[in-house]
Design a protein around this ligand. Structure first.
Ligand SMILES: [Zn+2]
Length: 83
């Protein structure tokens, strides 16, 4: 049997999550919501700074409000949430 070629799976799988924390992509963001903001948010996809933002209140007062953000660039249409 071969030796010395074992891969530590627990280490390999834990190094790819840092980039996506606190930001979730909205899969069906096909409509723009909220008010148009400029230079407040930056689209992570096309770097536009004109973003529609809508605050979403959560039921529990313990949780921070969620911002639903939609890129105003029609060619991009990227939607995501920030907490
Ligand atoms: Zn965009």
């Amino acid at each position: 049997m071969a030796d010395g070629t074992e891969i530590d799976i627990s280490k390999a799988s834990s190094s790819t999550k840092a980039e996506t924390r606190d930001r979730r992509v909205i899969e069906d963001a096909n409509q723009q919501r909220g008010v148009l903001t400029t230079k407040t948010y930056i689209c992570p996809k096309c770097d536009s700074d004109e973003i529609y933002a809508e605050l979403q209140q959560t039921r529990s007062s313990d949780e921070p409000e969620t911002r639903i953000l939609t890129c105003s660039n029609l060619k991009c249409g990227h939607g995501w949430r920030e907490y």
